[in-house]
Ligand binder design. Structure first.
Ligand code: AMP
Length: 219
C-alpha cells in the first residue's frame, strides 16, 4: 500500500522543509496545498482566482475547492507512489473527505505528524523566510541564509518574500490555525495516527525523528 503521510502544524513550523527532505529520503511526492494554490494564482487559473483573496488575507480557502485540488493531485501520482500531504487537510471536513477518498481504494492515512513550536519562534521564522520562485526551496535570513543574497542555492532562481509572510497576515494565519486546524489534532489522535514533533529543534534532528517513524510504517 502506498504511504500517505499528513503534516499538520502552524505556518512556519517547518512542514514544507521536512516534506521536501522526507520526500527525497523515502521517494515520496510532497503535495503542498499552499504551493499548489500559489502556482494556480500565478497561472491566473479559475482555482487561482477563487483562492487569491483567502490566501493573501491569511484565511482558509473553501473546503470543496482545496479538497478537489488536492485529491486530483493525488490521483495524478504514478501508481503505487507514496505522498506527503503538506498543509492538507486543514479542517475536519477536509480530513473526512480525504479519509473517504482513500477508503474508496482500500487505503488510509499511515501517519500524521503534528509540528509544535512557540508563537514567538513562528513569527521570527516567517518574517525572515524567503522562498525560491522556481523550486520552492525556503531559506531564513537569520538561521539559514542562501549562499548568495536573493539567489536559490539549489536552482539559482530568484528568492522572494511571500505576500502573506508579513506580520499582519501572520497573526490572522495563526488565529485561523488555532480555530480551524488545531481541532484536527484530536481527530487524528482518536484514530491513533498522531505523532507530535518538537519542531523548534534544528531541521536535521526533526528529520531524523520523522524518518525513524516512517521506517516503521508498512510500505
Ligand atoms: P501555506 O503555504 O500552507 O501556509 O498556505 C498558504 C495559504 O493557502 C493559507 O493561508 C490558506 O489561505 C491556503 N491554504 C493552504 N492549504 C489550505 C487548506 N488545506 N485549506 C484551506 N486553505 C488552504
Amino acid at each position: 500500500m502506498a504511504v500517505r503521510l499528513v503534516f499538520l502544524g502552524p505556518p512556519g513550523s517547518g512542514k514544507g522543509t521536512q516534506a521536501r527532505r522526507l520526500g527525497k529520503r523515502f521517494n515520496l511526492v510532497a503535495l503542498s496545498s499552499g504551493d499548489t494554490l500559489r502556482q494556480e494564482m500565478k497561472l491566473g487559473s479559475a482555482v487561482g482566482r477563487q483562492a487569491e483573496q483567502y490566501v493573501n488575507g491569511g484565511t482558509l480557502v473553501p473546503d470543496d475547492l482545496i479538497t478537489d485540488v488536492m485529491l486530483a493531485g493525488m490521483q495524478k501520482l504514478p501508481k503505487g507512489s507514496g505522498c506527503i500531504f503538506d498543509g492538507f487537510p486543514r479542517t475536519v471536513p477536509q480530513a473526512e473527505s480525504l479519509a473517504a477518498k482513500l477508503a474508496g481504494s482500500g487505503e488510509r492515512v499511515g501517519q500524521v505528524f503534528d509540528f509544535h513550536l512557540p508563537d514567538e519562534v513562528i513569527i521570527g521564522r516567517i518574517v525572515g523566510r524567503r522562498v525560491c520562485t522556481k523550486c520552492g526551496a525556503t531559506y531564513n535570513m537569520d538561521h539559514f541564509p542562501p549562499k548568495r543574497p536573493g539567489v536559490c542555492d539549489e536552482c539559482g532562481s530568484r528568492l522572494v518574500q511571500r505576500e502573506d509572510d508579513c506580520a499582519e497576515v501572520i497573526r490572522t494565519r495563526l488565529e485561523t490555525y488555532r480555530s480551524q486546524t488545531a481541532p484536527l489534532v484530536a481527530f487524528y489522535r482518536q484514530r491513533g495516527l498522531l505523532h507530535s514533533v518538537d519542531a523548534s529543534r534544528p531541521a536535521d534532528q526533526v528529520e531524523c525523528e520523522l524518518a525513524q517513524v516512517v521506517e516503521t510504517l508498512p510500505q
